[in-house]
Every structure is written in C-alpha cells, then in structure tokens.
Write a protein of this length. Sequence first.
Length: 271
Amino acid sequence: MNAIESTQNPRSSFVYGPVKSWRFGRSLGIDPIGAVSTCSFNCVYCQLGVIQDYTTQRQIFVPTSDILSDLQALSTDEQIDVITLSGSGEPTLALNLAEILAIAKQEIKRPTVVLTNSTLLGDRMVRRALQLADIVAVKLDAISSNQLQRINQPTETINLPHILAGIEQFRGEYPGQLAIQTMLLSPWTTEMIEDYIQLLQRLHPDEIQLNVPARPRVLVRQLDARGNHAVESSNGAFRKIKCISANVLKTVADAIYDATSIPVRCAPIAL
Ligand code: SF4
C-alpha cells in the first residue's frame, strides 16, 4: 500500500487554487505530497506547521492518475497564469515528479513552476525531472551551517556545502528560469549580505526572490495552508514570526542588485 492509499485524503484535494502569488500571478497549485506533510526541512516559519514526516526518502505519495483526474475536473473558466508544484512539503521527494510536470503541462498548457528546498538537487534523477519545469525556485535561506540549522532544521544527512553543490550542478544543466528564493527573518549584517552576494555570483540565478513570513505559523498541520491561503487554527496554536521592515528589505535588495545586476523581487510587507 502506498502512502496515499493509507490516508483519508478527500478526492480532488491534490489540485488547489488558483491562489494569488506575488511572484507568479494566479497560480494553480498541485500537491504531489498529500495528507501527511513531508519534507527534508522543518523550517521555523513553515506554514504547514511542524513537519509530520521528516525525511529525504523519495517515494510516490499521490498517484499520477489521481492528479490527472483532478486536473481534468477543473473548470475551464479559471484564470491561471502558472501551475505551481509545492503543496504539503518538498515536491522533489515525489518520485513521479516528472510525470506530474508532463501531465500538468499537457492538461493546462501554462508555464510550470517548482518550488524546492534544494536539498535533493544532488540527485541526478531529481535534476532530470526538474528539466521539465519552466521555472524552478530553489530555496537558499542560509549562508552558514549555523543559520541552516537554526532556520531550516534539516534532517541530519543534509548540510550547506551539499545544498550549494546541488544548486550549482543544477544551474549548469538547467536551461529554464532559475530563481533563488530566500526568506529573511531578521536584518542581515553587511558581512552576511557580502557572503550572500558571493554565493549568488557562484550560482548564477536568473532572479532573486526575497521573501518574508506572511503570517503567524500554525503549529498543527492544516491542509488549507497550502498555497497562500490564510488559515484559522482550531486550537489557537500559532507562533508569531518576526518580520523585517520594508525599508530593511529594500536596502538588502538594492545592495544585491547593485553588486550582481541580477533582478531582485521582494515580497510585499503589510504596513
Ligand atoms: S522547505 Fe518548505 S515545506 Fe519544507 S519545512 Fe521548509 S517551508 Fe515547510
């Protein structure tokens, strides 16, 4: 029995939205993970709550045929700019990632985006599957091992040099649009910004996306937290996450652009 057969996931839950994304417009979400949140990170800001299955083990979580029937059931009236694979955890853990990207493109005929935490980019099969995406946004929140442990809390086999090597290898092979997405939880020092710029110069992304936590973190898993839905916690279990100011965000963005000439986009900050 695979993971999806053992859950009580309601049908039609693998495709959601479209939701409005500050990065991609109206984004139709595909969730290749399903009911149990599954990731190789347990980020302190994760909107899914504490990750339930904390792993680097790839498997098929949701049969491709279930995603296909959900896509085929969609209303043709929906305005969709892109199709985004993220959902309930790390999408590259799904062994059927390539199949899902292929059917999404075939059914919806829109650009496909994968949001990944970068931890599996050292795997040749993952890099090969990602070739089918039009845009890949790779997470890079940390410029030191200490920061990686504090912010992303990876499984024990993951380390920063391994992540950076994977991104670099993927960049060398991938002809599509590569974005680096970085969550800023607190102001960075000048030295940290300089280190980050050096990494960008090594990794050559097409774009940098500076993100900030959009809302308090739910501590208990809620399926509706996929995409950018705001959710209400039934038991009030939220953790407020500190957010930097719009001015600090702009200062960091300007410093990066001035040094690299790589376009930098910033998440909107509610005043
Ligand atoms: S990588 Fe994404 S899904 Fe995984 S813990 Fe971090 S925010 Fe959550």
